[in-house]
Design a protein around this ligand. Structure first.
Ligand code: HAM
Length: 428
């Protein structure tokens, strides 16, 4: 018989992995609440056209695309941003601004599977729409910092600004498609190819020298680097405005959270095509791949038929956060589905044990019922192994008198209590 496996790039998560994943998801949700982001749920399947609009060649070529039975060209979401932008451009068009929207769920990309790279993975995604003020960009960075801290990760942020490059390219009259291709190459760190491409498209030698100087500028002394960029791009007013914007965002973040580890990399670009302003990625020591990424995209919502609505956002890769937590041995509290088990002493006591279980649940006490017909000793041994807290033993004599035996599995003590008293003990 065929032994079925998961499809390449897809995984089952169970035991410690699913626990950690749920723990991170909980922290992501907590962070959303702390910053006032409303949780929304969007479809996993969207129209291909919507998802492809500004995602860039790289993401576009890795989408799970198919025709549904109605002949529609659809795809599994390769990110949340397009869906959220669609919602804001249409149904939520007239809702009060700013929009602070949060989603968490599975994402699909036909990436080459390797450590930290899967074809199905999870993201927590935050979008702040309706303002182009630097406070919004700073909020997205601070929110990311908060999430990483809440799961115990040491992280650093790598920053850049698309506006610097677009400012120069636009002033030089470089066509959009060449700009996009150059940025895609820069995203893959193929800087020489990017420079060759723009030079072939007609950019002057003087300008390519400026671009080369920009690419070489990176480091942790962020304000020094910003001053240097400003000097290099002084002939390009839009690029200068982008530099000022970056300075403002960084001052806000570093004034509020001076401990934030930041690194500026002027030649940094991101694969997604919709970015117009600040861009960033999250890294942890000993892991080369990014744990999160985001940035400002002021033109996407209007592309979906909405009014121009400036926006900034971020997505965190939960699988990669999980990987980083494993590496650093950042533990989550062990979570047990139910900390209490109800065990009937024999076959006759099955029904009373069922009734007790149900009664405890209606009082909000989580219990699971022993339903494998295990002998008492074996059932207690299993409960111990699973680090459960209490075993509620339903015996014949006790049941007749309205009593229960409650065994504290950790202390290895047991007491016989009235049913109401047992409730109180378990509720603690
Ligand atoms: P992204 O950089 O494409 O941005 O993805 C965000 C994060 O998802 C990455 O930093 C990484 O942690 C995780 N990720 C990406 N691909 C994989 C994969 N194959 N396996 C595991 N994890 C992966 C976005 O998706 C944008 N929508 C972010 C954004 C929101 N920008 C503005 N708003």
């Amino acid at each position: 018989m065929t032994e079925f496996k998961t499809v390449r790039g897809m995984r089952d998560l169970f035991g410690e992995d699913s626990e950690t994943m749920l723990h991170i998801e909980e922290k992501a949700r907590e962070t959303a609440k702390l910053f006032g982001y409303e949780e929304i749920i969007t479809p996993i399947v969207e129209s291909y056209e919507l998802l492809a609009a500004k995602s860039g060649d790289e993401v576009k070529s890795r989408m799970f695309v198919f025709k549904d039975l109605g002949g529609r060209n659809v795809a599994l979401r390769p990110e949340f941003t397009a869906s959220v932008a669609r919602l804001v451009a249409t149904t939520l068009r007239n809702a009060p601004r700013p929009y602070r929207l949060f989603c968490v769920g599975s994402i699909y990309r036909y990436d080459e599977p390797q450590k930290g790279r899967y074809r199905e993975f999870w993201q927590s995604n935050y979008e702040l729409m309706g303002t182009d003020r630097p406070e919004a960009d700073a909020e997205i960075l601070l929110l990311t910092a908060r999430l990483m801290q809440s799961v115990g990760l040491d992280f650093s942020l790598k920053l850049g600004h698309t506006g610097i490059w677009r400012g120069i390219f636009n002033q030089e009259g470089l066509p959009d498609n060449v700009q996009n291709s150059a940025m895609q190459l820069m995203d893959k760190k193929q800087y020489d190819d990017a420079l060759e491409l723009v030079q072939k498209a007609g950019l002057s030698k003087k300008c390519t020298t400026i671009l080369q100087e920009l690419i070489d500028l990176k480091g942790k002394k962020v304000f020094n680097i910003i001053d240097n960029i400003a000097t290099i791009v002084h002939d390009y007013p839009k690029a200068c405005a982008a530099v000022d914007n970056l300075r403002e965002i960084l001052s806000l973040v570093l004034e509020i959270a001076p401990e934030t580890d930041m690194m500026l990399e002027t030649g940094f670009a991101r694969g997604l095509e919709y970015y117009t302003g600040m861009i960033f990625e999250v890294y942890v020591p000993n892991l080369e791949i990014a744990l999160g990424g985001g940035g400002r995209y002021d033109r996407l919502i209007e592309l979906f038929g909405g009014n121009p609505i400036p926006a900034v956002g971020v997505a965190h890769g939960l699988d990669r956060m999980m990987l980083a937590m494993k590496g650093r041995k950042t533990s989550t509290e062990t979570r047990i589905a139910a900390p209490n088990v109800v065990i009937p002493v024999n076959e006759e006591m099955r029904k009373p044990a069922f009734m007790i279980s149900q009664k405890l649940r209606t009082e909000g006490i989580p219990v699971e019922m022993e339903i494998m017909g295990k002998k008492m000793g074996k059932a207690l041994e299993d409960a111990n192994k699973r680090k459960m807290k209490f075993a509620i033993i339903v015996g014949e004599e006790e049941w007749k008198k309205g009593l229960l035996v409650v065994r504290d599995l950790e202390k290895r003590e047991q007491t016989t209590l009235k049913i109401e008293e047992a409730h109180n003990k378990l509720r603690k």
